[in-house]
Design a protein around this ligand. Structure first.
Ligand SMILES: [Cu+2]
Ligand SMILES: [Zn+2]
Length: 184
């Protein structure tokens, strides 16, 4: 009897351990599948009437936010406010059909680095002397999916610098507009 008990113990433990590790493996496989296919989105931006700015912007889910990779041409040299706006509608010649800044949480306007700001506040693009600008940045407060997701919304580049002022950064006219569409 003295030796039987440890054996019985082992017999009971082995199947229990087998079960635990297989369910963990399933969970890990599911997580891996989700990570293998992060949602991405793209916006092809066209110049508004009287302007020449064009660009392509790629959004990809990454750990801790959304990576935004943008390439622009046809800008005036210097800084240009860059925002996600409420509506994926660029039908107005001046881009105003895209509505105001995307702000699902009801914050004041701000610049990247400020904890509380519109979700759509992406700061500024900086165009060089040739009017070209690029950006590659992970925005922590941005999401692609859900109620706060930017898929289906509008993207705007402005004539002037976003200075962080209220209510929308004093960035002036809209020089390029695009719709953020899911997919590569
Ligand atoms: Cu804007
Ligand atoms: Zn804003």
């Amino acid at each position: 009897m003295f030796r039987f008990q440890p054996l019985l113990f082992a017999a009971l433990l082995i199947p229990a351990a087998g079960c635990a590790s297989s369910s963990t493996a399933v969970a890990e496989a599911t997580d891996a599948a989700a990570e293998a296919a992060p949602l991405s989105a793209r916006s092809v931006m066209s110049a508004t009437e009287g302007n020449s700015a064009t660009g392509t912007v790629q959004f990809t889910e990454v750990d801790g936010g959304v990576r935004v990779v943008a390439i622009f041409a046809g800008l005036t040299p210097g800084e240009h406010g860059f925002h996600v706006h409420e509506k994926g509608d660029c039908s107005a010649p001046d881009g105003t059909s895209a509505g105001g800044h995307f702000n699902p949480e009801g914050h004041d306007h701000g610049l990247p680095g400020m904890a509380m700001r519109h979700a759509g506040d992406l700061g500024n693009l900086v165009a060089d002397a040739d009017g070209k600008a690029s950006l590659d940045h992970v925005f922590e407060h941005l999401a692609l999916r859900g109620d706060s997701g930017v898929v289906g919304r509008g993207l705007i580049v402005h004539a002037s610098k976003d200075d962080g002022g209220q209510p929308t950064g004093n960035a002036g006219a809209r020089v390029a507009c695009g719709v953020i569409n899911a997919g590569d």
